[in-house]
Write a protein that binds this ligand. Structure first.
Ligand SMILES: C[S@@+](CC[C@H](N)C(=O)[O-])C[C@H]1O[C@@H](n2cnc3c(N)ncnc32)[C@H](O)[C@@H]1O
Length: 543
């Protein structure tokens, strides 16, 4: 267990040899004389160079921070007869910064699998180096970055025009916000970019999904590149195909997709065209045009401020208690009404939000005791609590007619807040700009919006979809003028049936009302299902 944590902290999951060989064969096509491996572990990629053959005389420069692993890699290179391979036990970023600043000799190819370590866990001097790498390339730095981002940036920067970068990288490269500068940079620098996206996870022992990145740097002075393609693969059969055939397989897309999130490239060409067309439909709006998204109430101490009926009774807090919901099991349908609220309260859920909007001197002894309990737990010293006076009076308390949970398993849904309940920071508060709330809630649930949520949102290990306000604002929302929507029965449908079946019925209702054919409704639903299933994929044994 301890070993596993240490391994995780240094980002030490090694590449299976068959994948490493596949990448080595691909870079071999440009006959590299100089190869870089920025974080070689025990040398899986050195082994791959040997197994593939043809690299015997190549200059290979490898880095590995961990001394023992570097030693193993060094010994492996000697044993394999890679006479010009040098393994340095050092921080790759330190060397990369110096090399970028001196305009060191470029490499013909880069191979590797960079470490996955959040910026906040990097030692201070490494953090500084990561930032310099962004600066050297004139890219906007963010502290949300992760070690693999500056590793790829520096590797690409040190590649010669026409050179190739072949790496195993976290699958979040496709969508994660902090990698935006990297995606745009790669889009600018490369003739062609291909992601090989497995339907299963390749690495055991971590939820971190991985993909293969194959990138060929643009020749100087050539026009803009071809863009990005994503090639989905199932199992390991693709390893039997020539790597250049895989690199040439997907139809790339360019323009705003390559500059923005790459998720759109996960769709096949027909699905992209259909999406482009639907986007142009006059009754398909951007969420931002129709409604406004605000974060929920931030309490700073949810356990203290969100309580069950029992706690309310015990401390006589009735005067301060207001209905609230915040989790998907609080609102299994589309309507949150007093009936649902009472059901939640009856089952002991924390359905009360405590708003202490009264001066201390007027409070009962029991209420004061409750506040003292919070102070005993040092809640008043927590950042969000200590910046307000008094610490127990939560600010910005209002409810909206519509709410939306931040996270979703299948697809986000809007919730009609009939009970006027409050929502905390697990949910958003939504205000419509004039569209009646029940029309907004009912129309939101459809395969097109669900698909655009997959394209705009983010997900991490565990497969839950999460949307931040700016992503919700970009969602596509079909709002047909004439549609027969009965929210009560839709609510019942959502409570009782799988989301897929509900979306199919909604496709007919909502997209059908826009004049979208049955075949295209099904195609939209199928695209959503593919991306949802991809997000839900689970690790398989790679051995
Ligand atoms: C995901 S592993 C990959 C190892 C090897 N490339 C492979 O594919 O099997 C990442 C490696 O990066 C190393 N590492 C972490 N930080 C580093 C740094 N700043 N410079 C060089 N190597 C580093 C870790 O020790 C780990 O061995």
């Amino acid at each position: 267990m301890e070993d596993q944590t240490a391994q995780k902290l240094r980002g030490g999951y090694y590449t299976p040899i068959d994948l490493a060989e596949f990448l080595a064969s691909w870079i071999k096509e440009v006959k590299p004389e100089r190869v870089l491996e920025p974080s070689c572990g025990d040398g899986a990629f050195l082994q791959a160079l040997y197994n593939v053959g043809g690299f015997e005389g190549a200059d290979v420069l490898a880095f590995e921070l961990d001394g023992d692993e570097a030693e193993k890699a060094h010994r492996r290179a000697r044993l394999l007869g890679l006479v010009n391979a040098e393994v340095r036990s050092a921080d790759f970023m330190q060397w990369a910064v110096a090399s970028m600043q001196d305009h060191g000799r470029p490499f013909d190819a880069v191979l590797g699998n960079p470490p996955f370590i959040r910026y906040q866990f990097l030692p201070a001097e490494f953090q500084a180096r990561a930032e310099i790498i962004f600066d050297e390339l004139d890219l906007r730095f963010t502290k949300h970055t992760n070690a693999w981002v500056p590793f790829i940036l520096a590797s690409m920067a040190m590649l010669r025009p026409g050179g190739r970068l072949a790496m195993v990288v976290p699958s979040e490269i496709i969508h994660v916000g902090h990698a935006q500068a990297l995606r745009s940079y790669l889009g600018r620098e490369c003739r062609r970019l291909v992601i090989v996206d497995p339907e299963e996870l390749w690495f055991d022992g971590t939820l971190q999904g991985a993909v293969i990145l194959m990138a060929e740097k643009r020749q100087e002075g050539t026009q803009i590149g071809e863009g990005l393609g994503i090639h989905s693969v199932r199992g390991r059969d693709f390893l039997k195909v020539e790597p250049h055939a895989i690199f040439d397989a997907p139809r790339p897309i360019n323009g705003r997709t390559v500059a923005g999130k790459w998720t759109r490239a996960l769709l096949d060409v027909e699905a992209r065209l259909l999406l482009d067309e639907l986007e142009q439909h006059p009754d398909v709006k951007l969420f931002d045009d129709v409604a406004r998204v605000d974060v929920g109430i931030v309490t700073g101490a949810n356990k203290f401020f969100l309580v069950d009926d029992d706690t309310v009774r015990r401390y006589g807090l009735e005067r301060y208690a207001h209905p609230m919901f915040g989790r998907s099991d609080h609102c299994p349908g589309l309507i949150y009404d007093t009936e649902q609220h009472e059901r939640n309260a009856g089952s002991g859920k924390p359905t009360n939000f405590l708003l202490f909007d009264e001066t201390y001197s007027k409070m009962s002894a029991a209420t004061r005791r409750y506040i003292a309990l919070g102070e005993e737990e040092k809640l008043h010293t927590r950042y969000k609590c200590r910046i307000r006076t008094p610490w127990y009076k939560v600010p910005s308390v209002y409810s909206t007619e519509v709410g939306m949970l931040k996270r979703a398993h299948d697809t986000p849904r809007l919730i009609l807040n009939d009970a006027g309940a409050y929502t905390t920071d697990t949910a958003y508060r939504i205000r419509t700009h004039g569209t009646p709330a029940n029309r907004l809630v009912g129309s939101f649930l459809n395969p097109l919006t669900a698909l655009s949520a997959e394209l705009e949102g983010r997900h991490y290990g565990g497969g839950v979809l999460e949307l931040v306000p700016s992503e919700i604002e970009r969602l596509l929302l079909p709002l047909p003028a004439a549609v027969d929507l009965d929210l009560a029965s839709l609510d019942e449908d959502v409570r009782s049936n799988p989301m897929e079946a509900v979306l199919e019925r909604q496709a007919d209702r909502i997209l059908g009302a826009l004049g979208v054919s049955k075949a295209r409704q099904s195609a939209t639903l199928a695209s959503w299902r593919r991306l949802r299933d991809r997000r839900h994929r689970i690790p398989v044994d790679v051995a």
